[in-house]
Write a protein that binds this ligand. Structure first.
Ligand code: DMJ
Length: 651
């Protein structure tokens, strides 16, 4: 098991030779302290002084964060309106959407009575024993480079203390026969007659295991820390619980769902003095509530969606109409990050599916129309600074112009901009021409500027362009692209999009297969040399895996559209690798720090909410035979895997 974490101490022994007996007089104490100070060695004195200096610096740095209210509140409710009040005195930010004027399309409010979640599905016809992972290459260490230095350092500390049982997999989870015990494991992985594993059931079991950890150690908090059996807060809004609601519903986990619903009904309050990130709150919380509302018809989730949606609206009150990245949902005050007035393009252009749907459901245009998300798309559509449809990564909230121009990627900070161009077009019934235009142009831009093939193995990948220079670097985040391209082709876009999707899908799979743990690194570099043995290289700062969904997300789309069994097989391999290297016996799964070392993948002690919202949901849907379970003719998934309805066309 995991050894308790080691602590490093510096022991300072203060000798007390002079104290003959107890004397608590102030004068004596002063002299005594001074004497003791003089008796310390220079090293000891310096250490103590250093310690106090650090304390002082920390105090100065932390001061602005803990003071309230913020001094740099640029928009929203005037500071005076709120100043000096504590959280309980705060008034709701904006007028709540007025009940009664909200004919909710299609769904009847069903109060507390929930419709039945989908019934247990018939077993998968194509089960097979777990494929043995092959072709792992030997560990090659790269030089430490740029990002995440602090985290790397922490990881090293942890890694040296806790020898992670890399090859460990819980008995109950093993899908291959046990070598020696001869005993049938308790709660064995779901099997069919003949010893074949029921893949959707195995994913459900994984969900239950993850949920067990969250329920026991992090209930109502944002994220589970499965190794330390504790939790982490980001916004303090029960992020994992809300993000996981629709997954439970889709998997038919009724008991778990009911318990979570109760928490939403009785404990969840957005009337909180807390800064949240507009994008993350929109895709995870607003998206999660809206999709759960659609799946269940339970008005509780729509009410909560309206509440959080309204509280996020101050973000749009900027000089340029490009929203700020952060909002205090209790005070109704929005602001950019402390160090810049820029927002990232992905953040401002991947909140549209959710706010548009909220406007449709509430018949209240405020979320979508002139001031809000549609306006952002219009501005981005006509901006200078694009390169063949590819966008820079930042946009300024004052000027409304792109900043830091010249860098183009489909990875972090831009990824879901491209995804949402297509998905908004689909959501709106394929009528909004500008969205389609921008999407098609961007795909051509990718082909022209970012696409390369490795010479040795012919792997097609999407690199990055930085001021005219090509960098063969691909984030795992880019692996949403095969799925999105396939979705476009399925919706009538050029068939060559599907060809490209097929090639990129293979590459994303290889990013897992070529690693010793069978899990992809956060960032891969592709080797363009003609005779290289290894295609996928990993820098030491990029070796982590955060349980991200993009590859299994794309596998889900590829399987839905082609029925090609190999996509399921790849998904099963990846799922098994998650089980082997990230599953924590006491409950939950953990992100890891090193995908190149199966004996010590360096657990990071964090289960991201998207593991339940996305990774396990897409795996379940990939293995499910029910094509109607979240039909892609009826739903479009937001970027956090929350299905939202495709709008019915006008009669
Ligand atoms: C999720 O929050 C979303 O998928 C987002 O678009 C990208 N990052 C994570 C998953 O990797």
């Amino acid at each position: 098991m995991y050894a308790p974490s080691r602590k490093d101490f510096i022991l300072l022994t203060l000798s007390d030779e002079d104290s003959g007996g107890y004397n608590n007089g102030k004068q004596w104490r002063r002299q005594s302290c001074w004497r003791k100070w003089k008796q310390l060695s220079r090293l000891q004195r310096s250490l103590i002084l250093f310690f106090f200096a650090m304390l002082l610096i920390c105090g100065i740095v932390m001061y602005p964060k803990v003071t309230w209210p913020r001094s740099d509140s640029p928009v929203g409710v005037a500071k005076d309106d709120w100043g000096g009040r504590d959280e309980h005195e705060l008034k709701p930010v904006l007028t709540r959407v007025v009940p009664g004027v909200l004919p909710v399309p299609q769904k009847q409010d069903q109060g507390q009575t929930l419709p039945e979640p989908p019934a247990e599905r018939k077993p998968h016809p194509n089960k097979q024993s777990s494929p043995v992972l092959q072709g792992r290459q030997q560990n090659v260490s790269g030089g430490q480079s740029r990002q995440d230095r602090q985290e790397e350092h922490e990881l090293k500390l942890k890694g040296s203390q806790n020898r992670w049982r890399g090859a460990m997999i819980e008995m109950e989870q093993m899908t291959e026969p046990q070598p020696s015990t001869g005993q049938k494991p308790r709660d064995a992985a779901p099997q069919q007659p003949g010893g074949l594993v029921d893949w959707p059931e195995a994913v459900k079991e994984a969900f239950r295991h993850a949920w067990k950890g969250y329920r026991e150690f992090a209930w109502g908090h944002d994220e589970l820390k499965p190794i330390s059996k504790s939790y982490g807060e980001w916004f303090g809004l029960g992020l994992t619980l809300i993000d996981a609601l629709d997954t439970m519903w889709i998997m038919g986990l009724k008991e778990e769902f009911e318990e979570a619903r109760k928490w939403v009904a009785t404990e969840l309050s957005f009337f909180r003095n807390v800064d949240v990130n507009l994008f993350e709150t929109t895709i995870r919380i607003l998206g999660g509530l809206l999709s759960t509302y659609h799946l269940t018809g339970d008005s509780l989730f729509l009410d909560k969606a309206k509440d959080i949606g309204s509280r996020l609206m101050p973000a749009f009150s900027t000089p340029s109409k490009i929203p700020y990245s952060d909002v205090n949902i209790g005070k109704g005050v929005a602001h950019p990050p402390r160090w810049t007035s820029d927002s990232t393009v992905a953040e401002v252009a991947s909140i549209q599916l959710e706010f548009r749907e909220l406007s449709r459901l509430t018949q209240d245009p405020q979320y979508q129309a002139s001031k809000a998300v549609d306006e952002v798309m219009k501005i981005v559509h006509r901006l200078d600074g694009k390169h063949d449809g590819l966008v820079p990564l930042f946009i300024n909230t004052n000027s409304g112009q792109f900043t830091h121009r010249g860098v183009f990627t489909l990875g972090a900070r831009a990824d879901s901009y491209y995804e949402y161009l297509l998905k908004q077009w689909i959501q709106g019934g394929k009528k909004e021409k500008e969205l389609l235009e921008d999407y098609l142009q961007a795909v051509e831009g990718v082909k022209k500027n970012l696409l390369r093939k490795t010479l040795s193995h012919g792997l097609t990948f999407v690199g990055e362009l930085s001021h005219g220079r090509f960098n063969p670097k691909m984030d795992h985040l880019v692996c949403f692209l095969p799925g999105t391209l396939a979705l476009g082709a399925y919706n009538g876009l050029p068939p060559n999009h599907m060809e490209l999707a097929t090639q990129l899908m293979e590459t994303c799979y290889q990013m897992y297969k070529q690693m010793e743990t069978g899990l992809s690194p956060e960032i891969a570099h592709f080797n363009l040399q003609p005779h290289s043995v290894r295609n996928v290289e990993v820098k030491s700062a990029d070796r982590h895996n955060l349980l991200r969904p993009e590859t299994v997300e794309s596998l889900f789309y590829m399987y839905r559209f082609t029925g090609d069994q190999r996509y399921r097989d790849w998904g099963w391999e990846i799922f098994q690798s998650f089980n082997k290297h990230t599953r924590v016996p006491s409950g939950g799964y953990t992100s890891i720090g090193n995908v190149r070392d199966p004996t010590n993948p360096s657990p990071r002690d964090k289960m991201e909410s998207f593991f339940l919202a996305e990774t396990l949901k897409y795996l379940y849907l990939l293995f499910s035979d029910d094509q109607e379970l979240i039909s892609l003719d009826k739903y479009v998934f937001n970027t956090e895997a929350h299905p939202l309805p495709i709008w019915p066309s006008d009669p």
